[in-house]
Design a protein. Structure first.
Lengths: 577, 177
């Protein structure tokens, strides 16, 4: 052995330490910069919880009240911070309870790592107590998953898990670790993962594609941008703004792209999709060049594909090659990271403006304002609207709050009307539409960004799906603001029943408990508002509160969300009533 | 692009990991695509596996499915090819009563004409093996079926492509990064 190798071997020997698999798990998490994780203990993960106890001054474990809450909290943490969220659960039911959150993270590209305990390896396949094939179950809803049966595999597998979760198009990773691997001792050392030979997370930018895209944009008469969450995930907000401003192109957003550009920006023309704004939906079918940036042409955005932007040339900026031509045939695909792609195209774009084209958006906005927005935000009728609650939150938070919404009518209202000054401020379950998402996700968001005002906006249906997480708010002493917009209905389903099923309200009416009393039971300051006169003061009090605050607003029972593109209709057929 | 349903051979180079088969088959299952045959084996590169999957789908679908497969972390590369673009074969085995060899002399001619081989013979039965195209195997099966077949089994398709795959170059490029 020459001196150099000898020194290297010595160095390695110094770096390794003999520890158990469960201690290694915690040490790996610390190496990855994890400060907070969400979870729920149980038999097959107990050795890891024992280590969490020993490391409790270095890593904060948050006990949620259900494993689903742990994954949603990890998602909220990831969505507001851009960092990897971590959730932990035991085997069997603990692991299966994670699945909804994992599926949500998969379809919304959220980087989370889930660690599950598993029965000892000699029991695998024997139908042991709390044994379930969680790797098999989670395969279709994870970006990657892996079962560990030997302690020595732990460092490499966890390093890979974090790398895969956050690189390229992010997503959830599940690592299942048998109990014997948790107990086993081995020589520990840690090396971060920097690449995997079979995995190319960020396609190389093709400069010819960029040049063709720039040429097409420069000669366009009616260009329109639709951006999605790819801009936020790629940290490309500044580049997006620069491109929009230089090229003077009106820009709309998908639900997950919201907040990447401030709501008040003069070229921000609103939301596309089923309950998006009138102008960008209608004019999708009028533009001559449609520039899609980090969005995936979801069916809730496009409506009927056969009548979607057929007149336009389509440019698709996208990190995931599988998204190109998946739903909408593109003319120019610009593969690569959104930040790098937008920065590369910027100098090739001509400085431009389209005042007449922009006026078309303004004209249609005015129609939408008269027919819908005015009545939502400044109603004169008796019952409270969800829109006026949002308006009051905008006023009191000055548009600086992070809005975490659940799923349903209130979600559409929140996304339509919330003012966003700061990026990563619209946290909602877009692709999966998971009711019960908001409360636990808001917990994760508030813990990742305690300095931010975080307001959860939830319907009375979704609230009762994860209501137990009020216990987590209490135990963690979070200054989280929770608004329940109570219409005593599963409002969005009721709206569809009204419009498409002749008002046959099958199982959508809810007999609700006294939410304020429940919140008080968790020692959370709470208030119920029933009239317009009480609303402003109540919202003011909530936003001013230094502690958790629960506000129930009893809104009109049978209000509908408009505009609306009926399922399967064209974006041109968007209805205002 | 063509919406016509055709036979496509999908070739996938992957890492050799537990669970990957499940992940890949799930991509077909989600889209309600029936897998006609599936074979996995070592590839020309040490430690790299090769899947050969045969499906009857449109080219539009084939393209999307291949992208979804390539998206999997442990997939190195995936391709789709038409029959004309590949050299392919299947193999099969027949177990037949030995007595028939003497009682039915045509069987010997069938064996000779079909280019099949006797793998083993004993007092009770003999085993015949053949590789070739599906129609050749089917024709042999029909010919032998007249006399009675104790067992018949056919493998999935294996195929090599006429064009180059360049997997080794791709892996070398990663190592040199």
């Amino acid at each position: 052995m020459n001196t150099e190798t000898e020194n290297k071997t010595k160095e390695m020997a110094q770096k390794t330490e003999r520890i158990t698999g469960s201690e290694a798990i915690i040490r790996c998490l610390l190496e990855e910069g994890v400060e907070i994780l969400y979870g729920y203990p149980g038999g097959a993960i107990m050795p890891v919880y024992d280590e969490l106890y020993k490391f409790r001054d270095k890593i904060h474990h948050v006990l949620t009240r259900h494993e689903q809450g742990a994954t949603h909290a990890a998602q909220g943490y990831a969505r507001i911070s851009g960092r990897v969220g971590v959730a932990m659960a035991t085997s069997g039911p603990g692991a299966t309870n994670l699945i909804t959150g994992i599926a949500d993270a998969q379809i919304d590209s959220t980087p989370i790592v889930c660690i599950t305990g598993q029965v000892a390896s000699h029991l695998l396949g024997s139908d042991a107590f709390q044994e379930t094939d969680i790797v098999g179950i989670s395969t279709p809803v994870t970006k990657w998953n892996h079962q560990v049966t030997k302690a020595s595999e732990i460092p490499e597998v966890i390093a890979k898990a974090f790398y895969i979760a956050k690189s390229g198009r992010p997503g959830p990773v599940l690592i299942d670790i048998t109990k014997d691997a948790q107990f086993e001792e081995f020589d520990f050392s840690y090396k971060k993962c920097t690449g995997i030979r079979s995995y190319n997370p960020v396609p190389k930018i093709n400069i010819d594609a960029i040049k063709s895209a720039a040429a097409l944009i420069n000669q366009a008469k009616k260009p329109m941008i639709i951006w999605g969450q790819g801009v936020i995930l790629g940290k490309a907000e500044t580049e997006l703004k620069a491109v929009i401003e230089k090229a003077g192109i009106p820009a709309a957003w998908t639900i997950l792209g919201a907040s990447a550009l401030p709501t008040s920006h003069p070229l921000n023309i609103g939301m596309v999709g089923m309950h998006g704004n009138y102008a960008p939906n209608r004019l999708t079918n009028e533009c001559d060049v449609l520039i899609a940036i980090g969005m995936r042409f979801d069916d809730r955005v496009t409506g009927n594909l056969n009548t979607y932007a057929k007149q336009a040339k389509i440019i698709h900026f996208e990190i995931d090659p599988a998204e190109v031509d998946k739903n909408v045939k593109t003319d120019i695909a610009v593969l690569g990271d959104s930040k790098a792609s937008l920065a590369t195209i910027l100098p090739l774009l001509n400085k431009n403006s389209y005042p007449e084209w922009l006026q078309e958006f303004k004209d249609l906005y005015n129609i939408e304002f008269e027919k819908v927005i005015k009545n939502d935000l400044h109603p004169t009728k008796e019952g409270l609207t969800m829109g006026e609650v949002l308006n009051e939150i905008n006023i009191q938070s000055k548009g600086n709050a992070a809005i975490v919404s659940d799923v349903g009518q209130h979600q559409m209202i929140a996304c339509r009307y919330a003012d966003f000054n700061i990026t990563k401020s619209n946290i909602t379950s877009g692709g999966l539409g998971t009711m019960g998402f908001a409360l636990p996700a808001a917990i994760g968001a508030k813990m990742a960004a305690p300095e931010r005002e975080v307001v959860a906006i939830i319907g009375d249906g979704g609230f009762q799906m994860t209501i137990q997480e009020l216990g987590t708010v209490l135990q963690q002493k979070l200054a989280l603001k929770i608004v329940v917009l109570n219409n005593e209905f599963l409002g969005m389903v009721r709206q569809w029943q009204q419009l498409f099923f002749d008002k046959r309200y099958a199982s959508t009416e809810m007999t609700n408990p006294d939410f304020v009393t429940i919140a008080k039971g968790y020692y959370i300051n709470s208030k119920r508002v029933k009239t317009r006169e009480e609303l402003a003061d109540a919202v003011k009090e909530m936003i001013a509160s230094k502690e958790a605050y629960f506000l129930e607003v009893c809104v009109e029972k049978e209000d509908n969300v408009f505009p609306m593109i009926p399922s399967g209709a064209s974006v041109s057929d968007i209805r205002l009533s | 692009m063509n919406e016509e349903i055709k036979t496509f051979t999908i070739s996938i180079y992957t890492e050799n990991n537990i669970g990957l088969l499940n992940r890949i088959s799930a991509i077909f299952q989600r889209r309600h695509i029936n897998i006609e045959s599936l074979t996995t084996s070592q590839s020309e590169i040490e430690g790299v596996n090769r899947f050969v999957i045969v499906v009857n789908i449109s080219e539009v679908q084939a393209k999307k499915v291949v992208k979804q497969i390539e998206k999997q972390v442990e997939t190195i590369r995936a391709y789709y090819h038409t029959d004309e673009e590949t050299i392919y074969t299947e193999s099969c085995m027949f177990k037949i009563k030995s007595a028939l060899l003497f009682e039915e002399p045509q069987i010997q001619n069938i064996i000779k004409d079909s280019n099949s081989q006797i793998v083993t013979v004993n007092r009770e039965f003999f085993v015949l093996e053949k590789s070739g195209r599906r129609h050749e195997i089917e024709s042999l099966r029909r010919d032998l079926n007249v006399f009675g077949i104790m067992q018949f089994v056919r493998s999935g398709r294996i195929a090599v492509t006429k064009s180059e795959m360049k997997i080794t170059e791709m892996l070398l490029a990663f190592n040199n990064q």
